[in-house]
Design a protein around this ligand. Structure first.
Ligand SMILES: [Zn+2]
Ligand SMILES: [Zn+2]
Ligand SMILES: [Zn+2]
Length: 222
């Protein structure tokens, strides 16, 4: 742990505009949060792949045998890393996330890229996702609650429902065997009337109805 504290202090003191000394007590209190902020990533290039590439230029029977060995033992397997990145670690979650975290290289070093999914306005908050956003709302909320102890009230959770037994907009329950009809496009919101549907559409459903989901999520624990 003392090493991690040192590492965090280095991170927060040497990374551009962030200058924040962390005390031991504070570190204890924030430790869980810190581990939540670790991000797994892989690199297409690594010392191992460089080594193998160099071998390919050597014409020697032993080298060929070695290449064969690598071929059979996942020569293209990417190397996994975990790291904490101040920008990425500050990102909150939204089920309609406007950024995605991708593996990449920065100045020749394996790193992550935080890439926007669509044009964003100046001052707009960047949101990543901590989960697979293709799940229905019930599952997303359950995952987030269990793993990160919060109840998601993002725009998407607000304009999607759980099922057809309740109007997503006015919360009116469907009585008896009757079920409310759903949005034909996303099939994730149900309405008691066309007025409710129109109201929800204008207020925000139109922004989340046909969004592209972040299916493969790469976080270690985020
Ligand atoms: Zn949400
Ligand atoms: Zn309604
Ligand atoms: Zn819809």
């Amino acid at each position: 742990m003392p090493e991690v504290l040192k590492m965090m202090n280095r991170l927060f003191n040497e990374s551009g505009d962030l200058h924040y000394p962390i005390t031991e007590g504070e570190f204890e209190a924030r430790y869980y949060q810190a581990t939540c902020n670790l991000q797994a990533f892989s690199a297409s290039k690594s010392p191992k792949t460089d080594f193998i590439e160099n071998l390919e230029h050597v014409e020697d029977i032993r080298v060929l045998a070695m290449l064969k060995f690598f071929e059979e033992n996942g020569r293209n397997a990417t190397v996994m890393f975990a790291g904490m990145f101040p920008l990425h670690a500050c990102l909150n979650h939204a089920c309609d996330n406007n950024v995605e975290v991708m593996d990449g290289m920065v100045n020749g070093t394996p790193a992550v890229h935080v890439r926007v999914k669509h044009p964003i306005k100046e001052g707009e908050e960047l949101f990543t996702t901590y989960i697979d956003t293709s799940m229905p709302r019930k599952l997303r909320r359950a995952w987030l609650y269990k793993s990160f102890s919060f109840w998601c009230v993002c725009k998407r959770c607000k304009f999607e429902g759980d099922d057809n037994s309740e109007c997503t907009e006015c919360k009116k329950p469907a009585e008896g065997d009757k079920k409310w009809p759903g949005c034909s496009r996303c099939k994730r919101a149900w309405y008691c009337s066309s007025q409710c549907q129109k109201k929800a559409w204008v207020n925000g459903h139109k922004d989340i109805c046909s969004m592209k989901h972040t299916v493969s999520h790469q976080g270690v624990s985020k």
